[in-house]
Design a binder for this molecule. Sequence first.
Ligand code: BG6
Length: 488
Amino acid sequence: MNNNSPVSIVIFGASGDLTQRKLVPSLFNLCRKDRMPQQFSIVGYGGTAFSDDEFRVHLEEGLKEFASFKYSKKEWENFASRLFYLRGRYDNEADFEKLDTLLKEKEAGPENRIYYMATPPGVFPQIVDVLAKTGQLAEDGGWRRVVIEKPFGTDLESACRLNEQIHKALDERQIYRIDHYLGKETVQNILVARFANTIFEPLWNRNYIDHVEITVAEQVGVEHRGRFYDKVGVLRDMFQNHLLQLVSLVAMEPPVSFEAASLRNEKVKVLSAIQPMKEEGISRRTVRAQYKGYREEEGVDPNSTTATYAAVRLQIDNWRWQGVPFYLRSGKNLKEKLSQVTIEFKEPPHLLFPKIDEHMTPNMLVLYLQPDEGMHLRFEAKVPDTVASMRSVDMEFHYADSFGKTAIPESYERLLLDTITGDASLFTRADEVETAWGLIDPILQGWEAPSGKQQLAFYEPGSWGPSEADELLARENRKWSTWDGRKQ
Ligand code: BG6
């Protein structure tokens, strides 16, 4: 246990999916691992009618379905006794007063509170406003932190407005904008791989790297989220947050320390070095596509032009990365669930050995973020018993082999614990979220503009995406790499 101050956690939108699938299983597992403060309570707040007991039963059903760990009845009963529920509206001061009273009843000692927004994004500012009006954000009896789920705005303007609204009631240090990718072990390991080793960083620049590829592929389609997704699309859902976070970790300069300010300054700096795309670049540097059959999904407009897949070529204009393209792609209903960062190195400047085919396989470092978490280094080796034939071989590190199959916790565990201990390193700061929107906005506008509308491509479900994405790289004599590192 690393933090013993009592804490109350209020989850707004507690009857929703996120609470049942991720938040409560993660908090429960932290409790089982003895990482929660001795004294804590969790209050679910939402529009659905639940008694405390019904809420507990509902959450246990979720655990049975979604938790990746086994637990005993005693462990659950101990945890469940600290779960409560209050039915209320998000715009009603009297309901919020009741919440305050309930929390005060549970709190013996400092009133440290986390308010977690697991609601639809439209009500975030309203909740903050009513919390402020009912005096629940004042830090006189203990600290107050507010966790905000994505999406944080729908474009640059709305993100700036949201920041402005919540800054009226909260200091930036109290705001924890969550991006669950930063809670993933393998994503945090990008920093460890780069900055806790000496062997990679000297090569980590334009002198040795040909290009960087970031793939976040999903096998699932939009499932039951069609209505929401159709308004959002892949750029807002995946690029503005998860993919740009990956770019910033891969490309940032070494921070001076692992302190939140230092880390976040470097992330903002590298994102600011990316030139927002100009209109003429959009058709050459982006691909916008939809899977066939998407328009028949429940809740989706039958004429929808929402992209479920995008590929984007970014350029970072600084000393380290000048001339090194970053190719990003993400989509739904693809061949495999797979997230990886591929660092492809340049060919040797002079080759002594006869080339067997036109293109030598370049050295590659692949960071496998999920599902088979690990890192592979691909290099050339001489095939035994030949004069000078070469073949690519892999040096592989798998988390499961080194740390055990169950070593990787749910990403929300780390993020929730950091919220409790007050470490904001893995959360997105206001300027970071706005800088990221500044990069996505021009692409969205270019795609959605009535003039020069960029064509929507279509791809087969279960494929690797549209051929246009292959052409994006082929124009620069490159190919996407796949799961096992072989070229597609
Ligand atoms: C969420 C998106 O942020 O990330 C979803 O809204 C997506 O559409 C999910 O499916 C992917 O997360 P993960 O952890 O499964 O890669």
